[in-house]
Write a protein that binds this ligand. Structure first.
Ligand code: GDP
Length: 427
């Protein structure tokens, strides 16, 4: 598995041998409790190739048959509870799926998790609609300027209504949103999605919906609805993205696909728009399009602005997501792992190398970088370095969550990513 990862990493390196952060996404999945966040997370890790089985089959042949619910939870826990899990999609796009705590309160821990995300998928239940907690999650994302996609889940359930959910999103979340795909069938008849941009039908075959089959012709009953959704998407985007608005004035609904996609990406990253996807995580319908949308419409670490604060004074420093710049990184989570305490870090600028000396801005002490790891869903891998944009974990480092590690010399020494340092007990 490690060999395969290395090869994947190699394909993700640019021609100059530098890994291009443009091929990375650091994202999280956020939701109202019970909307299907855990199920979606598990499916994402399944399709992104890092776990080999799906645990829903309770009591049937397979996993569930030999596992009671405690064991099941434990096994699920191991595969998905990591603070950040590394996986990949579409030939080497590196995804770091970051765990967003389920709490609704504004604790420093939640804020920190949101801080290291560059984008998020907000899951809402297609039967219950937008609930209070979705509003809280939305406000938190707003504070941290996290761009987001929305996934309307559970469309296989009785009473599921994606149109009502979309209306609620537009009314309550105050960010224009429109479908980029639509369900084919609802409730028990849910069988796939219509790609609104390309106007084609996408079905998910195989036991876990792992094979994606695209049909150019739409089910006749959906043709008018799909065209209407395409027009709505174009109109709403034209309202929030000026270049696309100009294009719409000239071409009306005959806009080029590339212009539409580019506008969708710009508007989503600028937090002026949220693309909405449909499906059912439990029935394995519509999950791969979510991963595609993470890659297509959420920003890479190169496309987000992050700031550090100089230790004395109020001055903010714009960080450069450049591997060659002096190091600035944040320890965002401490975790008691199977082999001792793990510290999760995000590198914002520069490169963190095993064996290097780095400076802890809070303690004012110099420390040596011990073992560096990358956490997969069911294994970990030693790495030599982590570059700007990367998420990694360290073993055997004494620090508190929220600590900033910087280059030990020069201009960034003592730069802090958090004004508040609340030492956190190890969970
Ligand atoms: P979380 O609390 O948001 O993490 O939600 P879970 O993923 O644990 O899901 C809550 C419940 O909803 C579980 O019983 C799931 O099996 C169920 N569930 C999740 N996704 C779907 C779906 O797409 N359709 C249906 N019918 N049930 C789902």
């Amino acid at each position: 598995a490690v060999l395969q990862s290395t090869r994947e990493a190699a394909t993700a390196r640019g021609i100059d041998g530098q890994r291009a952060p443009v091929w990375q996404r650091n994202f999280g999945i956020a939701a109202h409790i019970d909307s299907g966040k855990t199920t979606l997370t598990e499916r994402v890790l399944f399709y992104a190739g890092r776990i080999r089985k799906i645990h829903e089959v309770r009591g049937k042949d397979g996993v569930g048959a030999t596992m009671d619910s405690m064991e099941l939870e434990r096994e699920r826990g191991i595969t998905i509870a990591s603070a950040a899990t590394y996986c990949s999609w579409r030939n080497g796009v590196q995804l770091n799926l970051i765990d967003t705590p389920g709490h609704v309160d504004f604790t420093i821990e939640v804020e920190r998790a949101l801080r290291v995300l560059d984008g998020a998928v907000l899951v809402v239940c297609g039967a219950s609609g937008v609930q209070s907690q979705s509003l809280t999650v939305d406000r938190q994302m707003k504070r941290h300027r996290v761009p987001r996609l929305t996934f309307i889940n559970k469309l296989d359930r009785m009473g599921a209504d994606p149109w009502r959910a979309l209306r609620q999103l537009n009314e309550r979340l105050r960010m224009p949103a429109a479908f980029i795909n639509l369900p084919i069938g609802l409730e028990r008849d849910l069988e796939g999605v219509v790609d609104v941009i390309r106007q084609c039908a996408v079905y998910f075959d195989g036991e876990h919906g792992e094979r994606v089959r695209v049909e150019e012709s739409l089910p006749p009953a959906l043709r008018a609805t799909a065209e209407q959704a395409r027009r709505q998407l174009i109109e709403r985007l034209a309202n929030v993205d000026e270049p696309f608005g100009d294009c719409f004035l000239q071409r009306e609904y005959d806009v080029p696909e590339a212009a539409l996609r580019a506008a969708l990406r710009r508007a989503t990253i600028a937090r002026r728009f949220s693309p909405v996807l449909c499906g059912s995580a439990l029935k394995n319908i519509g999950v791969q399009p979510v991963l595609d949308a993470v890659v297509d419409y959420l920003p890479s670490p190169l496309e987000v602005e992050s700031y550090g604060m100089e230790s004395r004074g109020e001055r903010r420093l714009l960080l450069q997501p450049d591997a060659a710049a002096p190091l600035v990184s944040l320890a965002f989570k401490l975790e008691e792992g199977r082999f001792g305490q793990l510290t999760y870090l995000r590198v914002y600028q520069g490169t963190l190398r095993r064996g290097d000396n780095v400076f802890n801005a809070r303690t004012g002490k110099k420390v040596k970088v011990p073992r560096l790891m990358r956490m997969h869903a069911d294994e970990m891998q030693d790495v030599e370095e982590a570059r700007a944009g990367d998420i990694c974990a360290m073993f055997g480092l004494e620090c508190a969550s929220g600590d900033t590690f910087t280059d030990e010399t020069g201009k960034v020494r003592g730069i802090s990513l958090e004004s508040l340092h609340v030492p956190e007990p190890v969970m």
